[in-house]
Design a protein around this ligand. Structure first.
Ligand SMILES: Cc1ncc(COP(=O)(O)O)c(C=O)c1O
Length: 405
C-alpha cells in the first residue's frame, strides 16, 4: 500500500510554508525535489570519499572511482541497458543532444540532409539540429499536430526522403504530457535506416523505460527531473554508436595514449567523458534510482496518472479553463489557460497561496505557435503530490479567476 505521507517525509523541502501557506510543488516538469537520501549521499561523498577518479592509485581515488562506476551500473540496470559502458554521463539532456548532433555532424550527416523533429519538441531538441542545418544547407521537417494536439504520426512516412538521416523526438511532451509512440517511429526508422534520437527528459521521471526493448540509437535524460541532482544526466547509445559516433569533445580521461603526432582514444563510455566528471552528481543520480526502485516506477506511474486524471476532470469543470493536449493517458503533466487571462498573472497569484506552477512557453515556442498562444500554465506531478493538494489548487484557482475577472 502506497504511503504518501511516508514518502513526503523523505523530502525536507516540502515541509515549509510559502507566503503563509503549505508549499504545493506542481513544477516537477522543470525539476523534481530530492529525497533526503540523495542529499545525504552527495554530502557523505564529499565528507568521506571526495577524490578524482580513474587515474589514482590511492585509496580515496579508488573508492570514488568504484562509487562512480557502481553508479553507472545501477542506472544502466534500471534502464535495462545491456552494457553499462553504453551509458555516458553528461551534464543533462541538453548536453547529451548537443554531443549527439555534433558527433553526427562529423561524418554522418552530409550537406543538404534532412532531419525530422516533432511539433512539440523542447528547444533543446531543436536548436542543436537547427544550428547544424543552418551551417550545412540542411532542412528540418516537422511532424504536425492533429486537432487533438497528438502528433500526426500517420504523416511521418510521407516526410521521409532519400535525404532524411535522423528522427529526433521527445518521448513525452514537456508542455502537454502526451506520450509519443516510440515503437511506431522506431519501426519506420529501421525501415528507412534512420538514426533515432529519443529525448527522454520527461518520460524517465514518470514511466518504466526498457532501453533494450525500445532499441533506439540514442536515449537521453536529466537526473534532476528524476529525484536526482542538477548538472548530471545520461546519454545512452547503441553499441554501434558507442564504436562509431565521432567524438566532439575531447580532453583528459578520454584517451589511451597521446603524442603530439597522434592520439589513440579510449573505448567505451570514457571516450565521451572528457575532464573531471560530476562525480557526486553521478552517485546522487544512482541514489535517486535506488529511491525509485524501492517505490517501483509502475507505482509512481499509476499514482501520477491518477493525479492527472483527477486534476484534468476538476479543471474541466471550470468553464474559464481551456486544457491543451487533453488525453486520458498522460505522463504527469497538464497545460491549460484561463480564458482572457495571461498565464503569468494566474501563476503569480497562485504563488501567493504557496502553489508553484510554471507559466510561459516552457521552451516550446514552436508548439505555442502551432497552438496560436503565447504560453500556458503547466502543472506537473511527482510521487509526493496528492489529490488533497489538487483540491486546494482548484479552490484557489477558482478564487484567482474571480479576482482577475
Ligand atoms: C522534453 C525536454 N527536453 C529537454 C529538456 C532540457 O533538459 P535539461 O535542461 O535538463 O538539459 C527538458 C527540460 O525541461 C525537457 O522537458
Amino acid at each position: 500500500m502506497l504511503n504518501i505521507n511516508e514518502i513526503r517525509n523523505q523530502f525536507p523541502i516540502l515541509n515549509q510554508k510559502i507566503n503563509g501557506n503549505q508549499l504545493i510543488y506542481f513544477d516537477n516538469g522543470a525539476t523534481s525535489q530530492k529525497p533526503i537520501r540523495v542529499i545525504d549521499t552527495i554530502s557523505n561523498y564529499y565528507k568521506t570519499s571526495n577524490s578524482n577518479i580513474h587515474r589514482g592509485v590511492h585509496t580515496l581515488s579508488r573508492t570514488a572511482t568504484e562509487q562512480f562506476e557502481n553508479a553507472r551500473t545501477t542506472i544502466a540496470n534500471y534502464f535495462n541497458i545491456e552494457n553499462p559502458q553504453q551509458l555516458i554521463f553528461t551534464s543533462g539532456t541538453t548536453d547529451s543532444i548537443n554531443i549527439i548532433a555534433q558527433g553526427l555532424a562529423n561524418g554522418v550527416l552530409n550537406n543538404g540532409d534532412e532531419i525530422i523533429l516533432s511539433s512539440y519538441e523542447h528547444h533543446s531538441n531543436i536548436l542543436p539540429w537547427q544550428l547544424w542545418a543552418e551551417r550545412n544547407n540542411g532542412t528540418l521537417k516537422i511532424i504536425p499536430l492533429l486537432e487533438n494536439q497528438q502528433l500526426d504520426l500517420d504523416k511521418l512516412e510521407s516526410l521521409i526522403t532519400n535525404k532524411t538521416k535522423v528522427i529526433a523526438i521527445a518521448h513525452v511532451s514537456n508542455t502537454l504530457g502526451l506520450i509519443t509512440d516510440i515503437e511506431k517511429i522506431s519501426t519506420l526508422a529501421k525501415k528507412y535506416n534512420l538514426v533515432l534520437v529519443v529525448d527522454g527528459a520527461q518520460s524517465a521521471p514518470h514511466m518504466a523505460i526498457d532501453l533494450q526493448k525500445l532499441d533506439v540509437d540514442f536515449f537521453v535524460a536529466s537526473a534532476h527531473k528524476i529525484y536526482g541532482p542538477t548538472g548530471i544526466g545520461m546519454l545512452c547509445m547503441s553499441e554501434k554508436w558507442l564504436q562509431n559516433l565521432p567524438i566532439s569533445k575531447t580532453g583528459g580521461g578520454t584517451i589511451k595514449t597521446v603524442s603530439f603526432d597522434k592520439t589513440e582514444y579510449a573505448e567505451g563510455a570514457l571516450r565521451f567523458e572528457p575532464g573531471t566528471p560530476n562525480i557526486s552528481g553521478a552517485i546522487g543520480f544512482a541514489e535517486a534510482i535506488n529511491f525509485i526502485n524501492e517505490i517501483k516506477i509502475d507505482t509512481i506511474y499509476n499514482h501520477e496518472l491518477d493525479l492527472v486524471q483527477y486534476a484534468q476532470k476538476k479543471l474541466e469543470e471550470i468553464p474559464e479553463v481551456e486544457i491543451y493536449g487533453r488525453a486520458e493517458i498522460k505522463a504527469g503533466v497538464i497545460s491549460f489557460n484561463v480564458k482572457n487571462q495571461h498565464p503569468f498573472d494566474v501563476g503569480t497569484l497562485l504563488d501567493k497561496y504557496g502553489i508553484a506552477v510554471r507559466t510561459g512557453h516552457h521552451c516550446t515556442q514552436p508548439l505555442m505557435h502551432c497552438l496560436g498562444i503565447q504560453g500556458t500554465i503547466r502543472i506537473s506531478f511527482a510521487i509526493y503530490n496528492t489529490r488533497t493538494e489538487i483540491d486546494f489548487f482548484i479552490e484557489k484557482l477558482k478564487k484567482v479567476i474571480q479576482m482577475l475577472s
